[in-house]
Design a protein around this ligand. Structure first.
Ligand code: PGA
Length: 243
């Protein structure tokens, strides 16, 4: 596991954008998996500006969102597809037919999860995945638990996660209580993993993840220890408790 500490969160974003842009240049048909959230927003901004300035094409890229709220579809403003479309897809030349998200508004979300796993498997898995991390250690929407699920599945969101995500909604009551998410097996099997963390709210969890160095289902991000191509980029605030 490679860890990089940057001075600011902007530096973290610039470094992540650089990794993704170079990956796309070198692998124009890559299958990528990407997150939603405050941490990745700066990365998308720099990435799309640089892609335009340098003429980098995403035409051959297939992109998978890692999660979506139950009940929300591709055009819902609070949905995760909407976020990545707004900040990323709409600003590059990616073919929207090759952009996927678990179907949160499907009549049968369990079946939608099965279909999503199959779609990812049919594509050959993820060549690269970018992850944020929750203050409780969740990655994608895999919540701390006694057991972790390997494939795409429905999760009940922890109270901590609902509170953390309320800032994106009108109020806390409006945050969906369930989400569809890729499982930890799909994350651990990605050929390359980049995890980003910024700000003081991530300091405790980054300290635990990197100091304890064990597999702990109460820290879903600990599955990253199983992969041999992991880069963690943190700003100084998020790295404050890492020994
Ligand atoms: P954040 O979310 O980037 O908004 O902090 C990260 C996550 O919950 O995975």
């Amino acid at each position: 596991m490679k860890t990089i500490v940057t001075k600011t969160s902007d530096d973290m974003s610039a470094m992540a954008a650089d990794i993704l842009l170079n990956f796309v240049k070198e692998n124009p048909n890559a299958k990528i998996c990407i997150p939603t959230g405050g941490t990745i927003e700066g990365t998308y901004e720099i990435l799309t500006q640089r892609a335009a300035a340098e003429g980098v094409s995403f035409k051959g890229i297939t992109s998978f969102s890692m999660d979506e709220y139950a009940g929300l579809g591709k055009t819902d403003k609070d949905g995760y597809y909407y976020f990545v479309n707004k900040h990323f897809y709409s600003k590059v030349d990616i073919d929207k037919a090759n952009t996927f998200v678990p179907e949160g508004d499907a009549p049968d979300i369990e079946e939608a999860c099965k279909q999503y796993t199959k779609r990812v498997e049919d594509a050959g898995g993820f060549d690269i995945i970018f992850l944020g991390i929750g203050p409780d250690g969740h990655v994608a929407f895999n919540m701390p638990s006694d057991t972790l699920t390997l494939d795409t599945h429905v999760e009940h969101l922890s109270q901590e996660t609902i509170e953390a995500n309320a800032r994106f909604f009108e109020n806390e009551a409006a945050v969906p209580k369930k989400a569809l998410t890729i499982g930890v097996g799909m994350i651990a099997r990605a050929r390359k993993i980049v995890l980003l963390a910024s700000g003081p709210k991530k300091a405790d969890i980054m300290g635990r993840l990197l100091n304890e160095r064990n597999l702990n289902p109460k820290i879903p991000a600990s599955v990253l220890w199983l992969n041999n191509d992991v880069t963690i980029i943190m700003d100084e605030e998020a790295a404050a408790k890492v020994k």
